[in-house]
Design a protein around this ligand. Structure first.
Ligand code: FA5
Length: 346
């Protein structure tokens, strides 16, 4: 019987030294494995008398059970210790400010276009506008026809379109189809803005991208006037720039508005002196706008004798450039982290 106690003591000593699960597996094999020490004793039982064999057999079985139970307990303990150790090493205090995190870990940030888009949305939300969305892949009807641009109308050439092979679907060339979808979904009075990506097969330069961003706006009700439109656009610009900036409104042609206007900013990059962004003219086109054409209201199943409204389509990339003094629209989407990481705060 002493032999069992000695074996158990030896086992305990070996187990205490085990640092990993592999060490424990080795101890287990050495003591209770097929070729282990306890089995060696059991093999010796066959040469003994029946009484002795019975007592020693029971004792070696119970030793084996004790050892296995001890190993299981040790493994559980080992796992818990390893988890505790990892937790004390790998942790992050999510309440730390950006300033502290920036010393070692980098935190995610917003793209300048998203920052400006959110600012514009917040300003319109505060004035009671809803936010609508629309698909990037549009059909001819929503992008052109319902906006009073029938097939073969020369205005289709104003925007170079990426068509799909079926010649019926296209990548939307402006956010104006959101007007059509807005009218389909809502009864007047309503007012909403709809931001998003738009696509045109354009020659690229400092102020022209092929994939850029607009935010559409539309308000329909009774007795809406150009004065309402100017009020909302002025409120937008003074909130975004937080100071008076020079703008000019001039007549502009869009088949879906009448009368139509274009609004320009004085180029904030050169102060109006002339640069590559404003093509040396001192002004940058900000948006197109006007009073919704009666035919467009009819396409939206709104009676133009009862209701009228205004709409605008604002270029978000150029607004972002003016807001942050960015001198080339192509910086916005070339994926250079050194550029985007300058804009983090909201
Ligand atoms: C339109 O897209 C009309 N849908 C706007 C509109 C809506 C008029 C509702 C009336 C009523 P335009 O093509 O001018 O219009 O584009 C509007 C604005 O998008 C421009 O003023 C400019 O700020 C911006 N923009 C146009 N083309 C580009 C481009 N290639 N890259 C970056 N911004 C552009």
């Amino acid at each position: 019987m002493n032999q069992f106690e000695e074996l158990y003591a030896e086992f305990s000593m070996m187990l205490e030294k085990a640092a990993t699960a592999a060490d424990v597996a080795q101890v287990k094999a050495d003591f209770v494995g097929k070729k282990g020490r306890v089995n060696d004793i059991m093999k010796g039982l066959k040469d003994m008398g029946p009484e002795e064999r019975k007592t020693l057999g029971a004792a070696s079985n119970s030793l084996k059970e004790r050892i296995i139970a001890e190993i299981d307990r040790f493994l559980e303990d080992l796992e818990r210790r390893q988890i505790d150790e990892r937790l004390s090493r790998d942790w992050i205090d999510v309440t730390l400010s950006d300033a502290v995190l920036d010393k070692g870990l980098s935190s995610a940030g917003y793209h300048p276009l998203s920052l400006v888009q959110r600012e514009v949305e917040d300003i319109f939300i505060s004035m009671g506008f809803d936010i609508l969305d629309g698909p990037h892949i549009e059909d001819d009807y929503h992008n052109f026809e319902a906006l009073n641009i029938p097939a073969n109308h020369p205005a289709r050439d104003m925007q170079d379109t990426f068509w799909f092979a079926d010649l019926h679907h296209l990548l939307r060339t402006h956010t104006s189809p959101i007007q059509v979808r807005g009218m389909e979904a809502h009864k007047p009075p309503f007012k909403f803005v709809g931001p998003g990506k738009v696509f045109r097969n354009e020659a690229l330069d400092a102020s022209h991208e092929a994939c850029f961003h607009q935010i559409e706006g539309m308000m329909v009700g009774e007795d809406i006037s150009v004065a309402h439109m100017i009020h909302f656009l002025k409120t937008l610009l003074s909130n975004i720039f937080k100071r008076e900036i020079k703008v000019r409104l001039r007549p502009g042609y869009f088949p879906f508005v009448e009368p139509g206007f274009e609004l320009d900013y004085e180029c904030l990059l050169c102060g109006g002196k002339g640069c590559s962004v404003c093509k040396q003219v001192g002004w940058v086109e900000a948006l197109g706008c006007g009073m919704v054409h009666p035919r467009v209201l009819e396409y939206g199943r709104i009676d133009p004798l009862v209701h009228n409204g205004f709409a605008f389509g604002l270029g978000l990339d150029r607004l972002t450039m003016m807001r942050y003094g960015i001198d080339d629209v192509r910086h916005l989407q070339d994926g250079d982290l050194r550029f985007v990481s300058q804009f983090k705060a909201y």
